[in-house]
Design a protein around this ligand. Structure first.
Ligand code: GUE
Ligand code: MG
Length: 279
């Protein structure tokens, strides 16, 4: 079987080109969409992501603000900074880059963002509304994955989907989005027994484990659609996914590459939700 590589980077570019026009129209009305990213500490990977978000939002003509704070900032001072951005009408979206240093209560900080400005979909009000099927901000990674599946006309109705990983930001919301499209969803995790056998039955396989090349060819059903959410560093320092992509070639019908798959769509959905807030 010829495996189709799903071009998340290309789709991100196509969407961002259209979004540019939305930004221009809003700017003409004096409502340039503004995104504020709050970054605590000097984590290397986080700095790269934040710089990418900054570059791309600027390229779209958005108003981009990055607030860089020291790793030892107190929780009180961080909450005050969030509140300052809550009060600033030029900032339509606020994102606090995760993970936060250990001495800070992450959930407390996410709750402090005005939920109307939460463009990650991590505020409990948005999580609850999403769960209930009400209008809400959506977690950007699974939202971007749904856009990729739509772009490639992947049938979900009645299909067996296996999501490996149960995080609040990927696994849990991913399962609900797939269920909403009438897939039959199974969630697997580190304590799941017979994972390989379960995976082998999946028509749609989403790997969000956080272990490089964990999903090998023997996990994949002939003709399955494979989504790789992994962002791992190999021993040589290369960015690698949770799936052994080379091994999956010829078995999967479709696969997302790393890099160039899910990652660029995560940022795109973040920018789209910021634009939506400005409207
Ligand atoms: N509040 C919050 N919201 C987030 O959305 C959030 C976060 N915290 N913390 C960290 C993770 C990670 N994340 C990525 C987004 C895009 C790429 C991305 O564009 N990756 C490129 C390559 C990047 C590279 O080459 O290093 C790709 O896959 O092609 C990666 C990682 C968002 N996150
Ligand atoms: Mg994310």
């Amino acid at each position: 079987m010829e495996t189709i590589i799903m071009d998340g980077k290309g789709l991100a570019k196509k969407m961002q080109d259209q979004m540019k026009e939305q930004v221009a129209a809003l700017t003409a009305e004096g409502k340039t969409p503004g995104l504020c990213v709050i970054l605590v500490g000097e984590d290397k990977a986080s700095q790269v992501y934040v710089r990418n978000k900054e570059k791309q939002s600027e390229a779209m003509g958005m108003n981009s603000r990055v607030v860089r704070l020291a790793a030892d900032i107190s929780e009180t001072d961080l909450l005050a900074e969030v509140e300052k951005q809550n009060q600033d009408d030029s900032m339509h979206g606020i994102l606090v880059q995760l993970p936060l240093p250990k001495h800070i209560d992450e959930q407390k900080v996410l709750r402090a963002i005005r939920y109307e400005k939460d463009v990650d979909g991590f505020h409990p009000m948005n999580v609850g509304n999403f769960f209930l099927g009400n209008e809400s901000a959506l977690p950007c990674t699974p939202y971007g994955i749904m856009k990729i599946l739509e772009e490639y006309n992947i049938e979900l109705e009645g299909k067996k989907a296996l999501v490996i990983g149960r995080s609040n930001i990927v696994g849990k919301p991913m399962s609900i989005m797939l269920m909403n499209e009438n897939a039959t969803v199974t969630i697997a995790h580190s304590r799941t027994k017979n994972l390989k056998e379960l995976a082998k039955e999946a028509d749609i396989l989403v790997a969000a484990i956080g272990r490089g090349h964990f999903v090998t060819a023997d996990f994949i059903k002939e003709g399955a659609v494979v989504i790789d959410v992994g962002m791992n560093r190999s021993a040589e320092g290369k960015l690698i996914g949770d799936v052994d992509t080379a091994g999956a070639m010829g078995i999967a019908s479709h696969i997302t590459p790393v890099p160039g798959g899910v990652g660029p769509m995560t940022i795109t959905m973040l920018l789209q939700q910021t634009i939506d807030k400005a409207k």
